[in-house]
Design a protein around this ligand. Structure first.
Ligand code: 5GP
Length: 139
């Protein structure tokens, strides 16, 4: 599949669409999932185009996984999580819906199920969670 420069995450990266940003550096960008399956559910992307893991370069993968670890550590602490799940989907058959490489960082608590997919969060709650995560990242 060719990379679509107008996919929703490309537009967020260009600042054309809003997001609740939690972290950025020269190579990567992280923001809250708009339909979080857990409090603090964060998406981590390379800034440069890649459809998914299959076409990503070693440089994209190495920078993005370090940001995934950074977010996972901060989210575990910020949300007092017992664990963290990392998810990453490739191609429609693999469950991918947005075709710019991204990793999901999902805080998990013992005995607490993930919420069902597809439910938009209250923007005020997302705003508060992004602030909580940014503070943990700055600590
Ligand atoms: P995937 O491609 O990994 O299957 O799913 C894409 C993810 O992006 C979903 O968890 C969905 O909730 C999230 N998502 C889709 N559109 C937007 C958006 O406009 N903003 C944000 N922050 N997340 C989105």
């Amino acid at each position: 599949m060719a990379y679509d420069t107008n996919n929703i995450f490309a537009r967020i990266l260009r600042g054309e669409l809003p997001c609740h940003k939690v972290y950025e550096d020269d190579d990567t960008f992280a923001f809250l999932d708009i339909m979080p399956r857990a409090d603090g559910h964060t998406l981590v992307l390379p800034r440069s185009p890649a459809v998914n893991l299959i076409d990503a370069t070693p440089a994209q993968l190495s920078s993005v996984i370090l940001t995934v670890q950074r977010i996972a550590r901060a989210a575990k602490s910020a949300f007092a999580a017992d664990g963290v799940r990392i998810e990453q989907f490739n191609e429609a058959a693999g469950g991918q819906m947005v075709f710019h490489l991204h990793f999901h960082v999902l805080p998990r608590w013992t005995g607490v199920d993930l919420r069902p997919p597809g439910k938009m969060a209250d923007p005020e709650v997302l705003k508060a969670h992004a602030e909580t995560l940014r503070k943990a990242l700055a600590a």
